[in-house]
Design a protein around this ligand. Structure first.
Ligand SMILES: Cc1ncc(COP(=O)(O)O)c(C=O)c1O
Length: 416
């Protein structure tokens, strides 16, 4: 355990759907789907049954051999992904190693070195991905070699870092990338890795036009566009992937979190055919292509693909957003509410006019919510003044209503 892990004597013993239960039998509502990964909620029966059945036959196989769950997961992933992504590897153990693999694939293919990433991004926590991520606070205590990585501004329309306003800005942040390529880079940029909606960095949703322009710049400069869909993928936006929502095809796409359905550890890299030259031994891990996790992934995909599932995500997301828009009018300290599907963020400010971030109040809201058995998460990224609503995708409308009523009560307690 790390320092701080052991501070609470609260012990959770059971989870079901959006609910968690402690050992005293108290019920908590989880607004964040665990670590944003329980796309089908706690202890999903269908997924668990599939895993349990598989566990009677085969639980592990070295990933140089093949078995049905692994082969099927590759096939299923390709089927639901943008058309250009025809190859896949699941030999990774989570989001960080999927993203590392994506960067290696690009470098192996185009023999270039530099990587473009974004301020406030979270693309992993291995030494390498911590470097690529856009946060200093997690780098400061350590000695990492910061090799060939440029960090640039992510579109943050509510408080643009370039002091522009959309749409008049004409996506100045893409122009900044072009300027970097022309005047700052070595001329050897291999890949650009981006979260299509910046998750930890404050649920930042770029305008759709941004991605059209970004893709064009990448194409013109032979830069491989990597979509980190670890939070946005697997139905979270009411589309299978953010690539579908933004109507843009990345060259490489990574998925993890929601793919495990009810918490199984599974991740994948989807790629265009041209990347398939890299031999597997360059990026494969003991716990990659885990047979039980791949089984969970297959069942999760089957469920998300069912008629009406993604429509429901949109409906539930809209339903929550309608409530949040009312809260935005009601509470002076809510500066912005933004979301697509069930990926929603609430920005807390000192007052609407100044838009000054209020981190202290954000933390107090999260704490108060917890006391009221409502689990919310904020983040240390950026100003730390955005808390998130990202429940399991199969949350019912009644549960959305209960969640919003509870949240309203919590927020009311902060009216002076
Ligand atoms: C967008 C994004 N990318 C990458 C990661 C890293 O994934 P993992 O923790 O599975 O290594 C995360 C984890 O929170 C994430 O949210």
């Amino acid at each position: 355990m790390f320092r701080g892990d052991e501070t609470s004597d609260l012990e959770f013993v059971k989870g079901e759907g959006i609910y968690l239960y402690d050992k005293e039998g108290n019920q908590y509502i989880d607004c964040e789907a665990g670590t944003f990964n329980l796309s089908l909620g706690y202890s999903n029966k269908e997924v668990n049954e599939a895993v349990s059945k598989q566990s009677e036959k085969l639980t592990h196989l070295t990933s140089s051999h093949m078995c049905k769950p692994v082969v099927n997961l590759a096939k299923n992933l390709v089927e639901i992904s943008p058309e250009n992504l025809t190859k896949v590897t699941t030999k990774v153990c989570g989001g960080s190693t999927a993203n590392e693999g994506a960067i290696k694939l690009a470098q192996y293919y185009n023999k270039k070195t530099e990587i473009i990433s974004f301020y406030r991004s979270h693309v992993g926590q291995t030494v390498f991905m911590q470097n690529v991520s856009g946060n200093s606070f997690r780098k400061k205590p350590f000695h990492f070699a910061q090799a060939d990585i440029a960090h640039l501004q992510y579109p943050y329309c509510y408080r643009c870092h370039l002091n522009k306003k959309y749409p008049e800005c004409n996506c100045q942040c893409v122009k900044e990338i072009e300027d970097y390529l022309n005047y700052g880079s070595t001329g050897s940029v291999s890949s650009l890795i981006i979260e299509p909606i910046q998750g930890n960095g404050g649920n930042q949703i770029p305008p759709k036009e941004y991605f059209q322009k970004l893709k064009k710049v990448c194409n013109e400069n032979s830069i491989e566009l990597i979509f980190d869909e670890i939070q946005t993928g697997m139905g979270r936006l009411g589309t299978m992937f953010a690539a579908d929502y933004f109507n843009v095809s990345p060259n490489i796409m990574t998925v993890a979190k929601g793919l495990g359905g009810t918490g199984y550890q599974v991740a994948a890299i989807l790629m265009e055919e041209k990347f398939n030259e890299m031999e597997a031994h360059f990026h494969s891990f003991t716990y990659g292509s885990n047979v039980l996790s791949c089984t969970a992934g297959n069942k999760t995909i089957e469920i998300i693909k069912r008629d009406g599932f993604l429509e429901h995500v949109k409906e539930a997301g809209n339903y929550i957003m309608e409530h949040l828009k009312v809260f935005k009018e009601k509470y002076e300290f809510i500066g912005d509410v933004r979301g697509v599907g069930l990926m929603i963020g609430i920005e807390v400010v000192k007052d609407k006019k100044s838009k000054e971030p209020d981190t202290q109040l954000t933390n107090a809201i999260v704490k108060k919510a917890f006391e009221n058995k409502l689990l919310l998460r904020s983040s240390l990224y950026g100003f730390g003044n955005v808390f998130k609503i990202r429940p399991s995708l199969n949350i019912t409308l009644e549960e959305c209503e209960i969640m919003m009523n509870k949240l309203d009560k919590v927020l009311e307690s902060f009216i002076l």
